[in-house]
Design a protein around this ligand. Structure first.
Ligand SMILES: Nc1nc2c(ncn2[C@@H]2O[C@H](COP(=O)(O)OP(=O)(O)O)[C@@H](O)[C@H]2O)c(=O)[nH]1
Ligand SMILES: [Mg+2]
Length: 450
């Protein structure tokens, strides 16, 4: 982990834009800026948190762009190091030229996520917060961004740290008892230990409960519309997408390929799929479409099984109801604008893809199904990515084993081992116990300039 050089990168997206930002960070950030900036004062002479208007010039003195330069003095910066941000014009010319000049002046091109890595290594953010930076940038909806911001503010980290600190006390007592076996722990101390371990189990269990919602907010949910031909799947797809994307006709077998689009369902980013009607067919193209539709069902976080409410259910509907029984699904009884041909079962949602009736109920049911009935807010500050989830699960296993060990009066040494496993797993989330290899894997997924 190299920290003694000075890094530079464009922090904004490429392409035509009013402005772009180039970031410099490291011990020589001001020395580099002095060489390239042409203004009233040298950047190194500016106070921290101030701005100056000026020009960036090449070594031969040729002006490249007119900019505003901002200073951040260590440790009062995002990375904790001396940092300079140069706001130049957007587009494909100015910012890359500024980076080039900075490199000629002694900076090095930053690797993906390197600014955030430095913020972590300098103690400005813990690991869960650093991961949240990438989640804020990648958020597909405002609710997803809110949940990530909560993690960035330390919502998850504080909970983890509180639990871990209680467990460290337990561990200290157990280890002291191991070293002095003749002083067996008094009963009240053991009882207190048991209470701490049980409370930790409850807290970790809570964090795991919200995590499904958190990961769906972060990664989006896959929702697949399926059903027999002509039930109105494509009409529903278009309605939810608010766009006439799929072809709708009265001919069965119109949709053959899988269509997809992103929608925001009350804050949940949803990748919605429209599929070919499921039926036996001899048409080679349609049959390929049916195969693809079935493939999509297995990967779905939620299936919307559409049946036509204006016609008596066919055998094909019954087969599909059976086949999707084990999947997370909502049965949508479509064409509610027509005379109903049967009474829907409890929990089925009546809707009309033609008039939009029942859409609210359907969205409500979808949110409930995707969040296990807890609602979108359950995702705030909960563990969101698989690394955090696995660590929480490992912590829970350790705590359960420790609780059982205390109950069964196992030796202090054995109980301590389980408590330590939980402490280490929790520490991995915030980065207190983590190797360089894992760090590299985490930060390499960031974009450059972050
Ligand atoms: N009355 C009525 N007709 C509908 C409704 N939804 C779809 N349709 C009609 O049903 C036919 C099949 O629709 P489509 O969306 O292509 O069904 P798909 O084969 O399941 O994709 C078309 O003629 C649609 O206009 C609805 O809610 N009410
Ligand atoms: Mg269709």
């Amino acid at each position: 982990m190299q920290l003694n050089d000075t890094i530079v990168a464009i922090a904004t997206a490429p392409g035509p834009a009013a402005l772009a930002v180039v970031r410099l960070s490291g011990p020589r950030a001001f020395a580099v800026a002095d060489k390239m900036f042409d203004g009233n004062a040298k950047p190194s002479a500016m106070a921290g948190h101030t701005l100056q208007h000026g020009r960036i010039a090449s070594q031969r003195g040729q002006a490249v762009d007119e900019v505003v330069l901002a200073t951040y003095k260590a440790p009062h910066s995002f990375t904790g190091e001396d940092s300079v941000e140069i706001t130049c014009h957007g587009g494909n010319a100015a910012a890359p030229a500024v980076v080039e000049i900075a490199i000629l002046a002694g900076a090095r091109q930053a690797r993906p996520g390197e600014f955030t890595l430095r913020a972590y290594l300098n103690g400005k953010l813990d690991l869960a917060q650093a991961e949240a930076v990438a989640d804020v940038i990648g958020a597909g909806t405002q609710a997803a961004a809110r949940a990530a911001l909560e993690r960035l503010a330390g919502g998850l980290s504080q909970k983890i740290k509180a639990v871990r600190s209680g467990l460290l006390d337990v561990l200290a007592q157990l280890e002291a008892a191991v070293d002095f076996p003749e002083d067996d722990l008094p009963q009240p101390v053991v009882a207190e230990m048991k209470r701490t371990v049980d409370a930790a189990r409850r807290h970790v269990g809570k964090l795991l409960e919200g995590s499904r919602t958190a990961s769906i907010l972060r990664d989006g949910a896959r929702v697949v519309i399926a059903g027999r031909p002509n039930t109105g799947k494509s009409s529903l797809f278009n309605l939810l997408l608010r766009e006439e994307r799929a072809i709708v006709t009265e001919l069965p077998g119109t949709t053959r390929d899988v269509l997809e689009g992103w929608i925001d369902v009350r804050g949940i980013p949803v990748r919605l799929f429209d599929t070919a009607g499921l039926r036996e067919t001899t048409d080679r193209i349609e049959s390929e479409g049916v195969g693809r539709a079935r493939g999509k069902l297995d990967q779905a976080d939620l299936v919307l099984l559409v049946i036509d409410g204006s016609k008596p259910p066919r055998d094909e509907d019954k087969t599909l109801l059976d086949q999707t029984r084990e999947l997370p699904r909502i049965v949508v009884v479509n064409k509610s604008d027509l005379k109903p041909a049967f009474a829907p079962q409890k929990g089925w949602v009546k809707a009309s893809a033609l008039t939009g009736a029942g859409l609210h109920k359907l969205e409500e049911a979808a949110v409930a199904a995707l969040t296990g009935g807890k609602g979108v807010d359950a995702g705030s500050a909960a563990a969101a990515n698989s690394r955090q989830l696995e660590a929480l699960q490992a912590a829970l296993r350790g705590l359960e084993a420790a609780a059982a060990g205390i109950q069964r009066k196992l030796s202090h040494e054995l109980v301590a081992e389980d408590v330590r496993a939980a402490v280490d797993a929790l520490g991995a989330i915030t980065g207190e116990s983590i190797g360089d290899e894992v760090l590299e894997r985490i930060f390499s997924r960031f974009c450059i300039g972050k």
